[in-house]
Design a protein around this ligand. Structure first.
Ligand code: ADP
Ligand code: MG
Length: 702
């Protein structure tokens, strides 16, 4: 809020007092005027239309009926007495019941008169009933109001609040009092030109109408305005941070493309780059010439070819005299990157080092020395490579694979290794929808590889029910006979680890029976194994000594075994969409056609069905992420959980995507024209910036 008035503690509002204030704070986190003003109705009860009795359906929440009272009667004795009445319109009859205040209400009802009845309809013995309806005599006054009846706000309340008469109605009264008293203190906080450009309702009017809308058009306008404002200030803050970051952190300038890059590009690169890869390389190239530290998130589906883009960016850094490193979340992945990169660059070209937890002390010492002298240009490893002992001569470019496993602290450590921080490229194979990225990573630059290399055969996915298990086994056998390898994955759900393990063991028993030695060998990997045992089992599979790998989800993200071309997911309905997509990404890495079979029971929830259908329908990670967002809401998407950014009050990142994109563009153009927000028309933004306490605490990459 603009004015101090709204910081006034809630107890000072007329009608609140100390007791109610305490309970409002405890139950609703309403501490001051502003909090109450921003405690929005969760729905509105439509009092704008009258229902004919015949048209009332059981699933209607609240209805308003115009009917003539035809009968009233108190039934039963004293405590158990109730008042029953009947009313009619020209289409039918409705029964009205009261269990409380029976005598008093009975006196007020006048048979023969027409009433406006309002309440929640129920059906009993095929008759429409309404318990404790609101009754109002139909008069000329009501008649005049008829064209102008309003939507009535409904507020969430709790049992505790109700004890203090703060049910929905009670809260409504407080809000009404607040608005009456303070409406003129709600000042505009957006520049006039934006209000005009987007045809926004004024701020005070919006607050009035979100609580007490005159009609549904006004309500929509109010919601639009407040959503706009919410998203606007969030983006303003994010983009301002981004701007500050670029002002604060100088970056190394890579102004030459030299011998090393060119040699690789012309003589070693084994395939033409996809357009998406070229585009991203160009983006990185532009970023690293500006003298500002790059902070870039690279999103791309599994197999989209992020590694080679990372490598080529690193070669540019090396051409400009810098050292580079790739940090992977696990040893297996670090090993794999090491192998891939060594293969790509070849032996005689450039030295590549590997540093993980299991690197021997002797080798470690050699690595340390080569890093300090600047001789070693590419180091690949786990977080071992950010230990304090590891000193670089001139670290200029850092690639982080699968960012969500690295803490902020770890990242920060990395770039403190140089006076000018290295450029940072974070790669993730968990695509998140564009609008979500705009908010979650709003202060980062984002590159997307949205295209798979040509000639890739899309993985074929099918959904089988339990009774098709034999067909599934038959399929496995045929693929294994062709020389392929198969993954079978079981879900692991923490709460019932025992049950999961039993599931897995039962599964293995069936497998062992169905796939007997010596033709079939099975690797088993699950969470209860020691690291060395896991590694041993994995290695047998990697070397092709086993044909089947039965595993819980512990199989590593990013593990690359091109000959494994079949992924079978048991109880697939128990996995989330992004997890299913990640698992499926384990196959489809070789030249052969790959397959994914989703096994499920016949009992499928609505969402479960959508998840499995989506998997069968598409291989596109962004499309899948989009569906995931629709199904689960922004707060549950992987990697977003702790982010306060997503606690939006009015706007919704799923349903308001279009608006978000508009707002983002609007804020971008403001900063383009006026980075300091110093022009007179933008001064208003400056001030609301300072007072807006929004408590945003998301992680920045560096
Ligand atoms: P990810 O994005 O999952 O990390 P990788 O970088 O591991 O993908 O690439 C997957 C595979 O595709 C690798 O075997 C890589 O050599 C190959 N690849 C990458 N780019 C291309 C391309 N432009 N054309 C053909 N194959 C490519
Ligand atoms: Mg990869």
């Amino acid at each position: 809020m603009n004015t101090k008035v709204f910081e006034t503690p809630i107890e000072y509002l007329k009608g609140v007092g100390l007791h109610r204030a305490e309970i409002l704070k405890k139950e609703l986190q309403v501490f001051n005027f502003s909090d109450l003003l921003n405690y929005f109705p969760y729905k509105y009860i439509d009092r704008t239309r009258f229902y004919k009795i015949r048209d009332i359906q059981p699933d209607l929440p609240y209805v308003q009926v115009l009917a003539r009272l035809t009968h009233k009667e108190i039934i039963g004795e004293k405590r158990s007495s109730r008042l029953v009445a009947q009313a009619q319109d020209d289409t039918g009859l409705i029964e009205l019941v009261w269990f409380q205040g029976v005598k008093w209400i009975e006196k007020t009802l006048i048979p023969g008169k027409v009433y406006v009845l309002f309440g929640k309809p129920t059906f009993f013995n095929g008759k429409v009933q309404m318990a404790h309806p609101e009754m109002e005599l139909y008069s000329t006054e009501v008649q005049q109001r008829k064209g102008n009846l309003t939507l009535q706000p409904a507020y969430n309340s709790t049992e505790k609040l109700k004890q203090f008469s703060l049910d929905s109605k009670g809260i409504m009264k407080l809000v009404a009092a607040l608005l009456e008293q303070q409406l003129h203190d709600i000042h505009e906080n957006l520049p006039l030109y934006i209000i005009n450009q987007f045809k926004l309702t004024g701020r005070a009017e919006a607050y009035k109408n979100i609580h007490f809308p005159d009609n549904s058009t006004k309500l929509n306008e109010a919601q639009y305005r407040l959503k706009f404002e919410e998203l606007f200030f969030l983006q303003l803050k994010l983009l301002k941070n981004k701007l500050l970051h670029t002002q604060k952190f100088k970056g190394n300038i890579f102004d030459t493309i030299g011998e090393i890059f060119n040699a690789f590009y012309h003589h070693k690169l084994p395939f033409p780059l996809t357009n998406a890869q070229k585009r991203v390389l160009k983006e990185i190239r532009l970023d690293t010439q500006r003298g500002v530290q790059m902070n870039r998130l690279l999103q791309g589906d599994v197999g989209s070819g992020k590694t080679v883009v990372a490598l080529m960016s690193m070669l540019i850094a090396i051409d400009n005299g810098f050292q580079t490193c790739i940090m992977a979340p696990t040893e297996i992945l670090a090993n794999q990157h090491y192998q891939t990169i060594k293969e790509l660059v070849g032996d005689d070209f450039i030295e590549v080092g590997l540093l993980t937890g299991s690197t021997k002390q002797k080798d470690r010492n050699v690595l340390h020395q080569k890093l300090e002298s600047g001789q070693l240009k590419i180091l690949i490893g786990t977080h071992a490579l950010i230990e304090d002992k590891v000193q670089y001569k001139n670290l200029g470019f850092v690639v982080i694979d699968e960012q969500h496993r690295f803490g902020v602290e770890q990242r920060a450590k990395l770039w403190r290794k140089n006076t000018i921080p290295p450029h940072i490229l974070v790669m993730t194979a968990t695509p998140i929808p564009r609008t979500l990225a705009m908010t979650l990573y709003g202060d980062l630059d984002i590159s997307v590889i949205d295209e798979l290399p040509a000639g890739r055969k899309p993985i074929q996915t099918v959904h089988y029910y339990e009774n098709q298990r034999l067909a599934m086994f038959g399929f496995m056998k045929r693929e294994i006979a062709k020389g392929r390898q198969v993954y079978i994955v079981y879900p692991l759900i923490q709460e019932s680890e025992k049950l999961d393990l039993k599931n897995l063991m039962d599964g293995i028993e069936v497998m062992a029976h169905e796939f007997p030695l010596p033709q079939y060998r099975i690797s088993i990997v699950h969470g209860k194994l020691k690291a060395a045992e896991k590694q041993f089992e994995m290695n047998r599979f990697i070397k092709g000594e086993t044909q089947i790998m039965v595993a819980t989800t512990v199989i590593e993200v990013g593990v690359n075994i091109p000959n494994a071309s079949v992924m079978i997911i048991e109880n697939a309905e128990r996995f989330g969409l992004s997890q299913l997509h990640q698992l499926r990404g384990r196959v489809g890495r070789g030249a052969e056609q790959s397959f994914c079979i989703l096994m499920s029971s016949h009992k499928l929830s609505h969402d479960g069905k959508i998840r499995l259908n989506t998997m069968v329908k598409t291989n596109n990670g962004f499309e899948i992420a989009e569906t995931d967002l629709q199904l689960r809401g922004p707060g549950n998407i992987e990697g977003t959980q702790q982010s306060g950014v997503l606690d939006l009050k009015v706007a919704n990142l799923v349903t308001d995507q279009e608006l978000l994109i508009k707002v983002r563009k609007c804020v971008e153009s403001i900063f383009e024209k006026d980075p300091q927000l110093a022009s007179p028309e933008n001064l208003i933004l400056h001030s609301s910036f300072k007072t807006k306490q929004d408590g945003l605490t998301w992680d920045k990459i560096s």
